[in-house]
Design a protein around this ligand. Structure first.
Ligand code: GLN
Length: 545
């Protein structure tokens, strides 16, 4: 049987949490024994989000097969068992790119190329092309109903409803029901307008998720149902929560999964949500607490480190521990506006690009190393740890990554001009290569050394982790650094790419070239985050004594 489709749209305002809502729907369906795949359609014109600034757009999430995607895909993987791929996220830019190159090739045989049907057909093709063999595909449409950019996407899903049939497709619309203080009332008008706008383009939502501060009383649900032409029990309260992993539980209480399975005519068992309850309970009532300093560049916009924040929470869950994050702008450290993060239990320098705040990060890494505070360096955080050790333990003052100093006499982090990518293709590049498409992206294997923190954490020798970077550890300096105590404990199976380094004689000082945060889940906390939080906990307890 062909899979069924759920289309999730959003109205009134952006940032209502459509990604989380979609992910939670996926989680609920999985809790009933169904299999799901998830995708996100982005109406902007960039071909991929890889070159978009995290300041504007939040984190770039990297898939197993190396696609640079919207951060909502991270929610999908954290909430469900779906492993998303390149096919699961596409933009208007990609759609037009395909249609225009088809036109150049003469595929349309001289016909006039138009939004309907050519653009909409390409959108439909891409939606239907997503992995076969799951029960339900959940498709989130980015943007807000009423945006000019979203129109071709909405038209495409309107058509798909006819192509697929009513029992095989479902429209869910997320809106806002604001509470107006002066009137002491919740207002349904924005929702009515948003649904009106959808209906004008031929989409009648089946289910409404109403984002609210409080519970929606039955009277209001009835009113919304009447004006929006949906059933009263298809009006679901999506109340604000402080723990995101509570959303599937709330939706279930509102009867959402029951409604979806009935409407799609799917027979499914009663849901088992006990593991979600356990997660929420552990986050709410942990036995311990640690404080972690995250020293980065994008600290003002929390979405820039979405997966990282979640992975830290997961590391906490594994240790029954609340993780309080102290964000520190490395530029402020560099300028002397703030001091070293005294009193924290662990220090983490995450991934990043560009010159700003680099010296601030290096001085914090030095602080962690000298004070014996657990240190976790991710990607750029690993590269700078190598620079720090090279400068201050190997006494090569000029050591740097060539990303920041092209003329350094000691390029300990450098650009490999030739390397083999995931598909076994030889890639060539130099510092003049394009910014897009020249990074090491996606999952690569790594072999661990037995006597290491990394091996202790993973408990196995061969691991696969996701990458997104241009520069690499320069093997020419390996011996010199090992002599200073910085050991390579993870390396590509062919021995060319250094993936993990650890400092001996320090309680826990580990840098990895990959991004472990992309693979952490609440039920399956990432081994390195679990071990880092454990080490921080031990450090913190030692401190209190
Ligand atoms: N800027 C560094 C590089 O390109 C690190 C990238 C990252 O941290 N993701 O190699």
């Amino acid at each position: 049987m062909r899979q069924k489709f759920i289309f999730v749209t959003g109205g009134v305002v952006s940032s209502l949490g459509k990604g989380l809502a979609s992910a939670s729907i996926g989680a609920l369906l999985e809790s009933r024994g169904l299999t799901v795949m998830m995708m996100k359609l982005d109406p902007y014109i960039n071909v991929d989000p890889g070159t978009m600034s995290p300041f504007q757009h939040g984190e770039v999430f990297v898939t197993e097969d190396g696609a640079e995607t919207d951060l909502d895909l991270g929610h999908y993987e954290r909430f469900t068992n779906a492993v998303v791929s390149k096919k699961c996220n596409f933009t208007t830019g990609q759609v037009y790119d395909t249609v225009i190159s088809n036109e150049r090739k003469g595929v349309y045989l001289g016909g006039t190329v138009q939004v309907i049907p050519h653009i909409t057909n390409e959108i439909k093709r891409r939606i239907l092309d997503v992995e076969d063999g799951v029960d339900v595909v959940i498709v989130e449409i980015g943007g807000t109903v009423g945006d000019i950019e979203s129109l071709p996407f909405l038209e495409a899903i309107r058509q798909l409803r006819n192509d697929l049939g009513k029992e095989n497709s479902l429209f869910i619309h997320l809106t806002l029901v604001p509470f107006i203080k002066s009137a002491d009332e919740m207002k349904t008008k924005p929702t009515q307008h948003s649904v009106k706008e959808l209906r004008e383009i031929g989409i009648q939502p089946d289910i409404l998720l109403c984002r609210t501060e409080g519970d929606l009383p039955l009277e209001l649900k009835k009113k919304i149902a009447l004006f929006c032409n949906v059933e009263t029990d298809a009006v679901i309260t999506a109340k604000d929560v402080d723990i995101i992993y509570e959303v599937p539980l709330r939706f279930h209480k509102e009867g959402l999964d029951e409604k979806i399975t009935t409407k799609l005519n799917i027979w499914a068992r009663k849901p088992d949500l006990s593991s979600w309850e356990k997660i929420v309970e552990t986050i709410r009532n942990p036995e311990h607490e640690v404080e972690i300093a995250v020293v980065g560049k994008y600290v003002k916009l929390k979405d820039s480190y979405k997966s990282l924040n979640e992975a830290l929470v997961h590391g906490g869950i594994a240790n029954s521990c609340r993780v309080n994050i102290r964000y520190i702008d490395s530029e402020e450290i560099e300028n002397g506006d703030v001091g070293m993060p005294e009193g924290v239990d662990g220090i983490l320098v995450p991934g990043g690009f560009g010159n700003r705040g680099i010296e601030g990060k290096i001085s914090v890494i030095r602080f962690a190393r000298e004070k014996g505070i657990p240190y976790f360096g991710i990607c750029l955080g690993m590269q700078l740890a190598v620079v720090e050790v090279c400068r201050h333990l190997a006494n090569i003052e000029d050591a740097h990554s060539i990303e920041f100093n092209e003329n350094t006499s000691c390029p300990v982090i450098y650009l490999m001009e030739e390397w083999v990518d995931r598909e076994n293709r030889i890639q060539k590049r130099d510092r003049f290569s394009d910014k897009g498409g020249t990074m090491r992206l996606g999952s690569y294997p790594c072999k661990l050394t037995r006597d290491s923190h990394a091996y202790d954490a993973y408990g196995k020798e061969l691991i696969y982790e996701r990458h997104r970077h241009r520069f690499e550890f320069n093997n020419a300096y390996r011996e010199q650094l090992e002599a200073c105590g910085l050991h390579v404990t993870g390396i590509s199976p062919d021995g060319t790419l250094i993936e993990i380094v650890e400092l001996r004689g320090h309680p826990w000082f580990l840098g990895c070239q990959f991004h472990p945060e992309f693979k952490s889940k609440p039920f399956d906390p990432h081994p390195l985050f679990r071990a880092f939080i454990r080490a921080s906990l031990v450090h913190g307890q030692g401190k209190k004594r």
